[in-house]
Design a protein around this ligand. Structure first.
Ligand SMILES: [Fe+2]
Length: 380
């Protein structure tokens, strides 16, 4: 299957995966089912719901089957629980009862169980792109990424559970920060930024006797940076709790790869470059090394542009180096070329991926696309 952005979806294309709606009022609402032949109404509906794109059946890419991080039932259950706890925090001005936290804890146990026994921990960002960018989704993504990084680091099950709790609760303090400040497109005033910076402490003050000290430490320090330039306390190096250091990199990665009201998302590959550039200043080297094993720079099934101007589709990732995946070239005439392993194939060492080809305009890819996947487009 291939991931096609909504803008380039055409009537006749066949959906290769179910499409669910996740937003404030709808959790796990099935919008379109796998096998559905798209028509203009369906495509318009996807665009209306701001769905980035969809996996489409393609004969030439039949072998590409992106795995989901967690199953849909657990995803919707998790989002519902996070929403309940966060809303409770908001309406009760920070008061929260232990039964809500117990329910959240059971969600974390399910997440740890599911992720712990997965053969491939790779986080499929495309599974998480079709949602409204809201705090609940962000917290679930951060929890999944943190638990996965923790598994890669060999943390105990107990620690993974604490890390997951800290991930789900890390931004709950934002519920008492006014929305105008959270979503402000421009620069925050000093006063507004001070309010924003209070969200970790807001959370910790209210959760003090409800969750463990380690979970509190993770929440309290998730905006601290290794070099002491973070907030709220300007802690550095060893003084920052391990959980907070893990949350920090997952938080930044998810925030930058998601659309916000004040900016559009960056490509995963750009964010990978960014976080790698912040090693030892913002992020811990060992944690980052493990984090880079559970994410991908170029999601499989997506288009990339190469330094020799060719367009290719990512067919497999190399966990040893996420910047050099296995790709399948799309020829000028729309036929599909050989697979090239950018990491191990010596004759292609000089080829680099220059960017993700999400935008097919201006390079003839639209035509290529049509002929490449045309064979699986139904005409009647
Ligand atoms: Fe935060």
């Amino acid at each position: 299957m291939l991931f096609i952005t909504s803008k380039y979806l055409k009537p006749g294309m066949i959906l290769a995966k179910d499409i669910f709606l996740y937003n404030n009022s709808n959790f796990n609402t099935l919008l379109l089912t796998r096998g559905q032949v798209l028509n203009n109404t369906f495509i318009d509906r996807m665009i209306y719901h701001e769905i980035d794109g969809a996996y489409i059946e393609s004969d030439a890419f039949e072998d590409i089957k992106p795995d989901s991080c967690i199953d849909e039932v657990l995803k919707s259950k998790s989002l519902r629980r996070i929403k309940d706890v966060y809303n409770e925090f908001k309406v009760s001005s920070g008061k929260i009862n232990t039964s809500e936290i117990r329910q959240l804890s059971s969600v974390v146990s399910d997440l740890v169980n599911e992720l712990f026994y997965k053969e491939d921990l790779t986080y499929n960002i495309m599974d998480f792109k079709n949602f409204d960018s809201n705090t609940y989704q962000h917290c679930l993504n951060v929890a999944i990424l943190s638990i996965s990084t923790g598994i890669s680091m060999g943390l105990t099950e107990h620690m993974l559970h604490e890390l997951g709790m800290a991930g789900l609760l890390h931004d709950i303090g934002k519920m008492t920060v006014p929305l105008e400040i959270l979503n402000k497109p421009g620069k925050l005033t000093e006063e507004e930024f001070a309010l924003m910076k209070s969200h970790p402490t807001n959370a910790v003050n209210q959760l003090r006797n409800i969750v463990s000290f380690s979970v509190l430490s993770g929440i309290q320090s998730h905006h601290e940076k290794l070099d002491g330039t973070g907030y709220p306390h300007g802690l550095s190096g060893k003084n920052i709790h391990l959980y907070a250091k893990i949350l920090a990199v997952c938080d930044v990665y998810d925030a930058l790869t998601s659309d916000r009201s004040y900016r559009i998302s960056a490509f995963p590959s750009e964010v990978v470059e960014y976080v790698m550039g912040c090693v030892d200043t913002h992020f811990d080297y060992d944690i980052l090394t493990n984090f880079l094993k559970v994410i991908v720079a170029y999601p499989i099934g997506t288009f990339v542009r190469l330094s020799d101007k060719n367009i290719a589709v990512v067919v497999k990732n190399n966990p040893e180096n996420i910047m050099r995946p296995v790709i399948r070239i799309i020829n000028e005439d729309g036929t599909v070329g050989d697979d090239i392993d950018l990491l191990y194939d010596k004759s292609y060492m000089d080829i680099t991926i220059t960017d993700m080809a999400y935008d097919y305009d201006g390079n003839g890819l639209a035509g290529v696309l049509k002929s490449t996947i045309g064979m699986k487009i139904k005409t009647s």
